[in-house]
Design a protein around this ligand. Sequence first.
Ligand code: UT7
Length: 309
Amino acid sequence: MNRYTHVVGWGIGTPERVITNDELSRTLDTSDSWIVERTGIKERRVGGSTKSLAVEASTKAMEVAGVNPEDIDLLILATTTPDRTIPATSVTVQEALGLSCGAMDINAACSGFVYGLSMAHGQILAGANRVLLIGAETLSRFLNWEDRSTAVLFGDGAGAVVLEASDEPGGLLSYTMHADGSLEHLIYCDIPGTIFMKGREVFRKAVQAMEDACHKALEKADCSIDDISLLIPHQANIRIINTAAERLGIGSEKIAEVLSWTGNTSSASIPTALVDAVEKGRVADGDLLLLAGFGAGMTSAGAVLKWGA
Ligand code: UT7
């Protein structure tokens, strides 16, 4: 019997505190028009802990899936901003949710959620029945709020999915992962420290990385860009998303976007955009979704997901 990995539950965790571009302009040499034109970001949400946001997203995802704590066989938390260096933040999430399964953090920066999908799929092929996969971040803790080149870009948040084994064909059709450690210097955060980024260079690499990840994921799923109902890209910059979409040949009406109200939430951005699209009724059973992430490392990852049974 073949095993397939289906998304059966979803949810997001969103901090209450909203910081608008105008608010940032009061303390930084920046403006709403610069931030909107160069990034597409209008506001971002900050606050909470990586654990609390992950728990909020997961509680909703488990409710949608209709599963109990004992039904989850593994918890994977993709994060680049754990609450502590030791232990993994996932164990604190596990405890809060009342799970008794294994729990681990993975860090592949903004590609973390898509990396996590492939890890979860591997575990499902190996016999796990349900995996809780979360992308959660509190990047606001690692920002230099006096540095306009980074402070305006990032936000906090979480998105979670329950993945379930099934013999029904569909679900995760393909995935691809890539990393190029020679580009470590383009985005980093020392311990202790704040996020440093060479924005313009990252921009150029990001467009190419996203395009490559999409082409590879499409090829592995044996489908073309015309078969895709919705592109769910990492939410870093609307210009990166639009440039990559144009090069891929996918229309702007087929792009999931939350960046304008979340900012860049790293590994939380793709699941947040996915859940937002589902909740807005933009995803129907049988739709093919193309997920594409890129980020510090530089890592990149792509996946094709067939929604519904
Ligand atoms: O998720 C991880 C991956 N990260 C990314 O994908 C981010 C990729 N990079 C970007 O999104 C863009 O490069 C940025 C949004 C970071 C910057 O946009 P840009 O169009 O590449 O601007 P730039 O860095 O070339 O800077 C242009 C000008 C500079 O001034 P000068 O040298 O031309 O006088 C900057 O100092 O804009 C200035 N600038 C700002 N001005 C107002 C930089 N940040 C700001 C700001 N407000 N917040």
